[in-house]
Design a protein around this ligand. Structure first.
Ligand code: NAP
Length: 487
């Protein structure tokens, strides 16, 4: 495919190479190369923010805060809606940009853009419905009035796997609540964030309300912002390891934290499941973003009676997928984000094979340029192998055989994570019974896709704290204020 003929408008990486968006100004800079993971070639360079730049962003967010807080909810709502319309109008260009810097298949990138834009529409609507409360004390001594105020300057940190949606899922509720923000996107995929910020300007977001910076020193820059008493919120999406580090850092200044962390989703298929529906669900739950999703099915538990048919049919479906650069419209499985990601997947698969697993398709990294790992199915995997306990974050489906409900609930819960889970059965009573036993924040019943802006997204155990999206998502960016009123 000739890349040059395809890129135009917002899809052009060169358009976003200026970097650092602070106080409504674009700051030229370089230092962070952004690569096309299907070739390893540099697409553009973006600026590398210093600690001083980050504190300038806090200054800008502080300067804009009173005005934004005082902006009527209807007006905040209209700005978010205009931003939604602009993201929708430029969705195809932005999807191409996502495919270029992240590698995901264009179909997945288009899905992400629709999902990402929808957070602005949803929170444009929620901005006008911020709840309050009025109660009487049981003693009758006074009245209780509860208001919700914007929590204050919010630092938003996002990963590379959904460059648009992870940002809008935070910016939407923060702006709706009346907060000003500093977004730090992942170094691998900053171009989409900068492109969206340009459209935010066009939508009428006032200078300083949204600031965006990239840095090769995420720890130093974030710690400096968290140590600044003007910053009152950290909303982080990324790995559980970095989440733990940030929680400890935020504790020093008691900054409110929302954490969307890693997952290790179990995917349960019972003997009575509709096999075709289970396979369709498995392909979505495993292969959306080539497996690079926190909600990706990481462990397939298949009951003995349906196990062999499931293994055979899943192998056929996975082996048939077309591998290539994400921006090639034919591609169904794009490259991984980095060569390091390929190495990690390779190590997990090799260890699983050493522990007794059989490869039914795939199983070794692809040679040549780019960071490709083929769709892979493993059967007979040991529940003690590392692949059962760590996030694979790649197109690998390890399958485990089980016999009873009790056994599979125990296996499903045998990790530190609790973000997503999936159950396939035609017995709804069984789905609810087993679902109640599974430690998870989200559960798909006969469905391989969970994410929806109107639903509360988040995990239990070490998968996170708080929820994004839905009617409660806005409250993550607000503080309750109680007025004791006597009259
Ligand atoms: P990551 O390594 O934790 O990085 C996430 C973000 O944190 C990036 O912007 C990264 O910046 C930044 N970061 C790294 N070290 C930091 C530090 N010391 N202080 C402050 N920020 C720091 O995760 P990832 O590899 O990008 O993303 C994959 C992980 O995200 C997976 O575990 C996945 O499950 C999780 N995830 C969770 C959800 C959810 O909603 N629960 C959604 C998507 C992904 P640099 O890029 O500059 O290193």
């Amino acid at each position: 495919m000739n890349l040059q003929t395809k890129i135009s408008g917002y899809a052009d990486p060169a358009l976003h190479a200026h970097g650092l968006y602070i106080g409504g100004r674009w700051n030229k800079g370089s230092g962070i190369p952004v690569r096309d993971p299907s070739t390893g070639h540099v697409l553009a360079e973006v600026a590398d923010a210093s600690v001083d730049d980050a504190l300038r962003a806090v200054d800008a967010a502080e300067a804009a805060a009173p005005g934004w807080k005082a902006t009527p909810p209807r007006q905040r709502s209209e700005i978010l809606r205009r931003w939604f319309r602009l993201l929708s109008a430029h969705a195809e260009e932005l999807a191409t940009l996502i495919s270029l810097e992240n590698g995901k298949a264009l179909a997945d990138a288009r899905g992400e853009m629709a999902y990402a834009a929808e957070f602005f529409r949803w929170y444009a609507e929620e901005a006008t419905r911020i709840p309050g409360e009025y109660r009487h004390t049981p003693s009758g001594s006074h009245s209780i009035l509860v208001d919700h105020e914007p929590i204050g300057i919010s630092v938003l940190i996002t990963p590379w796997n959904f460059p648009a949606a992870m940002a809008t899922r935070k910016i939407g509720p923060a702006l709706a609540a009346g907060c000003t923000v500093i977004l730090k996107p992942a170094s691998e995929t900053p171009l989409t964030a900068y492109a969206m910020a340009r459209l935010g300007e066009e939508a009428g977001v006032p200078a300083g309300v949204v600031n965006v910076l990239t840095t090769t020193n995420p720890g130093g820059v974030t710690n400096a912002m968290l140590a600044d008493p003007r910053v009152r919120k950290l909303s982080f999406t990324g790995s559980t390891g970095i989440g733990r580090v940030l929680l400890a850092e935020a504790a020093k200044t008691v900054v409110s934290c929302s954490m969307e962390l890693g997952g290790n989703a179990p995917f349960l298929v019972f003997d009575d499941a509709d096999l075709d529906a289970a396979l369709d669900g498995a392909m979505v739950a495993k292969m959306r973003n080539a497996g690079e999703a926190c909600t990706a099915a990481n462990r397939f538990y298949v009951q003995a009676g349906i196990h062999d048919a499931f293994v055979q049919r899943l192998t056929e479906r996975m082996a048939a997928l077309k591998i290539g650069p994400g921006y090639d419209p034919e591609t169904q499985c794009g490259p991984m984000i980095t060569s390091k990601a390929v190495q990690k997947i390779d190590q997990l698969v090799s260890a699983a094979v050493k522990d007794g697993a059989r490869v039914t398709t795939g199983g070794t990294p692809l040679a040549g340029s780019g960071y490709f790992y083929p769709p892979t199915v493993l059967e007979g995997v040991s529940v003690d192998s590392a692949i059962a306990h760590e996030e694979i974050f790649g197109p690998v489906a390890p399958i485990y055989r089980f016999e009873t409900e009790e056994e599979v609930i125990r296996l499903a819960n045998s990790t530190e994570y609790g973000l997503a889970a999936y159950i396939f059965t035609q017995d709804l009573k069984r789905a609810m019974r087993v679902g109640k036993g599974i430690e998870t924040g989200m559960l798909g019943i006969n469905r391989g896709l969970l994410s929806d802006p109107a639903a509360p997204f988040g995990g239990v155990k070490q998968s996170g704290l708080g929820r994004e999206g839905g009617v409660t998502g806005i409250l993550e960016f607000m503080e309750a204020k109680y007025y004791a009123v006597e009259f």
